[in-house]
Ligand binder design. Structure first.
Ligand SMILES: Nc1ncnc2c1ncn2[C@@H]1O[C@H](COP(=O)(O)OP(=O)(O)OP(=O)(O)O)[C@@H](O)[C@H]1O
Length: 242
């Protein structure tokens, strides 16, 4: 069963069409890249699929749950928003324990899952430090751990490596790879970094002005554009038509 499915999904803001008849399917364990220039509709797509926004038309499902059942979908997804805020005075462990309690875990269960996730994202040695003392990369990894607290079927990561140095980027990318491999979760990754997509994504969607311009594996997309590489394909598919 597909873990994520969209059919002619559209969203308008007044006269502006932010997402225009988007259709695609993703399977468990897939890492799906969501690419497009500024304003292409990536964040709107993520907000639709995570039930923050309602579609103007079209439909979607997450983990087999239809898009109009927002409360059920929210139990099955994890989200790292583009600019996540954290309670700086809490420790990483306190923050994750609290998050687990919000999903109904008892005290012992919350501690167990917090410690496991801290280990999974490489933060065990800083679990007891205040979040205000974490580097940006450590915060992003904590945010990914937070997004996994409910063992989601689909994880949405909006530009998770933005502002990280090369070592921080590598750490976050390897964490994302592990999520897909070990948990069989579908990862939706919005990014502007094409090398990241080439290294990580099983398939990608290229959006421009809200419309899907190409979909498939990196090599499918390069072939669709008749290009020599992904960056040339991206530019060909997203340039303004005269
Ligand atoms: N709340 C809103 N009201 C009106 N228009 C909006 C709103 N949110 C987004 N839009 C418009 O919808 C379109 C898609 O925006 P969206 O934020 O989804 O793009 P994006 O691909 O995520 O861009 P970026 O890479 O800059 O984050 C843009 O034309 C944007 O101006």
């Amino acid at each position: 069963m597909a873990s994520l499915e969209a059919s002619l999904l559209s969203r308008r803001y007044g006269d502006r069409v932010a997402v225009d008849e988007l259709s695609f399917v993703a399977e468990p364990g897939d890492i799906l890249g969501l690419l497009g220039p500024n304003g292409a509709g990536k964040t709107t797509t993520i907000r639709l699929l995570t039930t923050i926004l309602r579609p103007t038309s079209g439909s979607f499902s997450v983990a087999g749950i239809k898009g109009d059942r927002a409360a059920e979908i929210r139990q099955r997804i994890g989200v790292l928003p583009e600019s996540a805020g954290y309670p700086g005075r809490q420790t990483g462990r306190e923050y994750l324990r609290y998050s687990a309690r919000l999903f109904g875990r008892d005290r012992a269960g919350a501690t167990r899952i917090a410690d496991r996730l801290l280990a999974d994202v490489g933060l065990s040695d800083r679990a007891g430090s205040r979040i205000s003392t974490y580097s940006r990369g450590m915060r992003q990894r904590l945010g990914i751990a937070r997004a996994l607290i409910n063992e989601p079927a689909v994880v949405f990561l909006d530009e998770p490596t933005l502002g990280l140095d090369p070592a921080g980027q590598l750490e976050v990318l390897s964490t994302i790879r592990q999520i897909a491999l070990q948990r069989g979760a579908t990862v939706v990754l919005s990014t502007h970094t094409l090398t990241e997509v080439e290294q990580l994504c099983d398939s990608l969607l290229i959006l421009h002005n809200g419309r899907l311009r190409a979909a498939g594996s990196v090599s499918d997309v390069i072939a669709t554009a008749g290009a020599a590489g992904l960056s040339e394909a991206f530019l060909t598919l997203t340039q303004e038509k005269p």
